[in-house]
Design a protein around this ligand. Sequence first.
Ligand code: ZN
Length: 154
Amino acid sequence: MKIQNDCVVAIHYTLTNTNGDVLDSSQGRPPLRYLHGYGNIIPGLENALLGRQMGEALNVTVEPAEGYGEHNPDMVQEVPRAAFQGVDHIEVGMQFHAQAPDGNAMSVTVVAVSPETVTVDANHELAGERLFFAVSIEEVRTATPEEIDHGHVH
Ligand code: ZN
């Protein structure tokens, strides 16, 4: 059967960036299973899989707008070191959980450190990146009514 909305799809994938660095891969793990048509995977990949079927392999290029979004400079902020009370050592690349202005939890990455301030970036770490997926389709089946009701695979 061809992939369409309300199908459960199992894929193996390898994700690389423009430098060819492998960012993520399902190799050595069970395939990724998702319910098609519910935004459970990034739009660029979900759109590319529509109409494909089991046994197919494809290479998909996903632009930032169809992936993790463009990098938003407004989400990079310089904050006083005092905001990190209780943290002895802060270095570039560390991640912290913070509370967004809307009250939701968000993850921020330290991108610069000075004696007085710390610059944090709340963009998704893959924001602004063009992504390359090598995908093989392992299984396609009709979702159960309960899976469709919940919007995810059981
Ligand atoms: Zn459920």
